[in-house]
Write a protein that binds this ligand. Structure first.
Ligand SMILES: *Cc1c(COP(=O)(O)O)cnc(C)c1O
Length: 506
């Protein structure tokens, strides 16, 4: 039809040609920028990053545009040179995964076609792909349920919110009491707050997991008030899995609902060897399951699985422009009740492409790689006299450890050294480690460095340099030579053969 569309748009028959040219600018820039960064994140800390970034992309809204190629070259360079790149084995702070190329490529198609998942006339085939994908995920989580179902969400936060919403509606006139472990994700508390529910009752944990006896006492004290117990399969801080079978026995006994937040641990189900760690998961009425963590999807790829599709009824909604009764009666699928959102991305597409490309076995191998690597990394920590691992097993793929020099300094100064080691490595651009407060062998809570190992191909040997960096930064911090607190770097010690720091002074 009109001649100009090929110059601007990504869709149609002309769009892909234009997109190919622009995509090659993007890909070339990503390649050179990763080399220019030369590490897991940019050196110099927030001020230096802000200055370099602004230099490349300010003004963001110029009076006259610079054109697509130039804009992309600048902005992609800025965001990639200044990225914390989870594809670097030294980027292990969070449940922040390196995405698979197949999933990212599928995202390109999804973005170019731009289906919106709230009505059939915006997403005829994308809706079918979502339906097939959620059905497969539902069967994975609740294999023996007669009518399991699953929703695509923006992540664990939304999944937990919707799970609590559905439980609130089941409990009406309620009010629903939410009972959760001290190890639960903050989004459980926030969901209760957003839904106008009483603040969750918090059950103490032993060794990072819900204590079943304490849960039993808590439910007894609630005296038959409608309750939803939220357990966690893969805690964010420690990767610990609550004792699901015992918890399900207790919720059965009290007639309470059970929701399991398996945002992190859910993908263990792909592996026959590891799935038994989630025994009892299928007894939950609803399960949060993220694929942008142990599933290597670009954000967002969240799932909420429910044991029975009828549980989703509270989400159904009629609105004339999206799902009029006569359209639905005439056979147009009604998608609106599949989310609390309206306009919604085709996130199922990249998930489906990944599932089909790798198969369950391929995904299982990636999950098992992460778990095995974490065990080996944990043993490597144990073998270093300068470092100490948090006592107990490695949680899924999370290893907590701290430098031994911190222990001699007393509780506060010791924790301060741990925090400083993390910040020093961040500001130097050499490693992205996380932090977690967790119980030590003596029952005291201490600050630990956290390595969340989600790299599906990095070998253990690729991760070992992290331990050298930590040991060396800890020695310096304990001697008062660190700079992680934001003060000026002394830089004059010259005590080791460490690479020269390339800090940009403000
Ligand atoms: C990451 C995480 C969440 C939050 O999920 P988002 O996808 O970040 O919204 C919730 N619960 C647990 C246990 C998590 O690890």
């Amino acid at each position: 039809m009109s001649s100009g569309t090929g110059d601007l748009l990504a869709g149609g028959a002309d769009g892909p040609g234009r997109l190919r040219a622009l995509t090659s600018v993007v890909l070339d820039t990503l390649e050179t920028a990763a080399r220019a960064r030369g590490g897991p994140l940019p050196a110099g800390g927030p001020d230096a990053v802000a200055r370099r970034t602004a230099a490349l992309c300010d003004p963001v809204l110029p009076e006259e545009g610079v054109g697509a190629e130039a804009a992309l070259a600048d902005l992609v360079r800025a965001v990639a040179e200044g990225a914390a790149d989870p594809a670097d084995p030294a980027c292990v702070a969070h449940l922040h995964c390196p995405p698979l190329a197949v999933a990212v490529a599928a995202e390109v198609a999804g973005a170019a076609l731009n289906p919106s998942m709230d009505s059939w006339d915006q997403a005829p085939a994308a809706g079918v792909i979502e339906e097939l994908t959620t059905a497969a995920l539902a069967r994975l989580v609740h294999p023996d349920a007669p009518a399991p179902d699953a929703l695509i969400t923006s992540g664990g936060t939304e999944s937990n919110l919707v799970a609590l919403l559905l439980a609130r509606e089941r409990a009406a006139p309620g009010p629903l009491r939410v009972v959760t472990g001290a190890n639960a994700h903050h989004s459980v508390h926030r969901a209760a707050w957003m839904l106008g529910l009483p603040a969750p009752v918090v059950v103490p944990c032993t060794d990072g997991r819900i204590d079943p006896a304490a849960l039993d006492r808590t439910l007894a004290a609630l005296d038959c008030a409608p309750a939803l117990v939220v357990a966690t399969a893969g805690t964010t801080d420690e990767g610990r899995i609550d004792p699901l079978p015992e918890i399900a026995d207790i919720t059965d006994r009290y007639g309470a609902g059970l929701h399991v937040d398996a945002a992190y641990g859910g993908p263990l189900l792909f592996s026959e060897r590891l799935a038994p760690l989630l025994k009892g998961l299928d007894r939950a009425v609803s399960v949060t399951f993220d694929l942008h963590k142990l599933g290597w999807q670009p954000v967002a790829a969240g799932v909420l699985a429910v044991a029975d599709t009828a549980l989703l009824a509270p989400l159904s909604l009629r609105t004339d422009y999206l799902n009029a009764d006569d359209d639905t009666e005439a056979g147009l699928p009604d998608l609106l009740g599949r989310s609390i959102r309206t306009t919604r991305r085709p996130d199922a597409l990249k998930i489906a492409a990944t599932f089909r490309a790798l198969g369950r076995r391929g995904l299982s191998e990636l999950v098992e790689h992460c778990v095995r690597t974490a065990e080996e990394f944990g043993r490597a920590v144990d073998a270093r006299p300068a470092l100490r691992r948090r006592p107990g097993p490695v949680g899924i793929s999370t290893v907590l450890f701290r430098p031994v020099v911190a222990d001699a300094l007393g509780p506060e100064a010791g924790d301060a050294v741990v925090a400083e080691v993390r910040r020093t490595l961040l500001l130097d651009g050499r490693a992205v480690l996380g932090r977690a407060v967790a119980e030590d062998g003596d029952g005291h809570h201490r600050l630990w460095l956290k390595a969340t190992l989600l790299h599906p191909v990095a070998a253990t040997a690729d991760l070992l340099p992290l331990l050298d960096l930590v040991a060396e930064a800890a020695e310096r911090a304990a001697r008062g030579e660190g700079d992680g607190g934001g003060g000026d770097s002394e830089g004059g010690g010259g005590d080791t053969a460490a690479p020269a720091e390339e800090r940009l002074s403000p």
